[in-house]
Design a protein. Structure first.
Ligand code: SF4
Length: 322
């Protein structure tokens, strides 16, 4: 998929997010990721726990500071915005968290929870806020009855709907969905995924959808990125990734998904070894310690991201000309 400049909502360049770890080692949670997100698309990102996908998502909307690199939204570099400018920008950039129980204040009822974003942004018009809250409840499939309920009185799905309503309050454009359905039962997961998809169409939203579950990512995404140990190793439109799994890591992830069409079921690839520590990633290709196709070059030379086909990028020596 070619992205026209006018369509670009967010552009991340060489994003690095490093933390201080134990024994003064730097944990390289995100280590040089480039990404462009198009207005109106759902970009899904998948990878094992600890690969840096949630950290990257938070870095994209400045909930975590970048160690290096830039993130631009409509051409504005977020890392250079003044506090007041960033506060204004924050209305456009929201997040839905994994565990709705943990992110809703148990001492506040739904009305108070949905009031928070307006309060934080200095919006005081009570009548307007009340109208907007009613609109939000309707958008997420709840009603006035739920206003006086406290989080413990709601089901997991209802709590996540409140989390979604809160994220929508200030009419955002980009929403980071951070494992937004992972804590829900499978049947509720499907309802919440449908709701997110309806809201995207109705409100023209853009999603950065993070999940460890490739099946879920496939259901919702226009493009998919596969992350491993702080790097994006493959980026492609979802149908291209489904038909052509290029990176050995993507092949292993996909081989674990049962296919309805048995002819498409590939042999299960079991990766050997543990994911290396992000404070001491392997030299060369950082997947080489687990890759069934690793050769000498993989141990010493870092691969570059190459465009294998229009819009389909892969970070692996097997596809580079040099
Ligand atoms: Fe495997 Fe080498 Fe490709 Fe890395 S560069 S994924 S080790 S084949």
């Amino acid at each position: 998929m070619e992205i026209e400049k006018d369509d670009v909502l967010l552009e991340a360049q060489n994003v690095k997010i490093h933390f201080d770890g134990k024994k003064k080692q730097k944990v390289k949670a995100v280590d040089g990721v480039n990404l462009t997100i198009k207005k109106g698309e759902t970009f899904g990102v998948v990878g094992e726990s600890g690969c840096g996908k949630s950290t990257f998502g938070r870095g994209l909307i400045q909930l975590l500071p970048l160690t290096e690199g830039t993130v631009k939204v409509y051409g504005k570099d977020l890392t250079k915005l003044k506090k007041a400018e960033m506060k204004e920008m924050r209305k456009k950039l929201q997040i839905i968290f994994q565990d709705p129980s943990a992110c809703l204040n148990p001492r506040r009822n739904v009305e108070q929870i949905l009031n928070e974003p307006f309060h934080v942004h200095g919006i005081r018009d009570k009548k307007r806020i009340r109208e907007r809250i009613m609109e939000l409840l309707q958008l997420v499939g709840l009603d006035e009855y739920h206003l006086s309920r406290y989080p413990h009185e709601l089901s997991g799905g209802q709590k996540q709907r409140i989390g979604i309503a809160r994220a929508l309050a200030l009419e955002p454009e980009l929403i980071i969905c951070d494992e937004a359905v992972s804590a829900l039962d499978v049947s509720v997961q499907a309802q919440v995924l449908n709701l997110l998809s309806e809201l995207k169409n109705k409100l023209g939203l853009t999603y950065f959808f993070i999940s460890h579950n490739l099946n879920v990512v496939y259901q919702v995404s226009d493009r998919v990125g596969v992350m491993y140990l702080g790097k994006m190793v493959e980026i492609a439109p979802y149908d291209s990734l489904y038909e052509n799994r290029l990176h050995p890591y993507t092949q292993a992830l996909l081989s674990a998904i049962p296919q309805v069409d048995k002819a498409k079921q590939s042999e299960r690839i079991i990766l050997q070894g543990e994911v290396p520590s992000p404070s001491n990633p392997p030299q060369g290709c950082r997947f080489h310690t687990r890759c069934p196709r690793a050769c000498e070059r993989c141990r010493t030379k870092e691969p570059q991201m190459v465009e294998w086909k229009k819009g389909h990028f892969v970070y692996c020596h097997l596809y580079s000309q040099s």
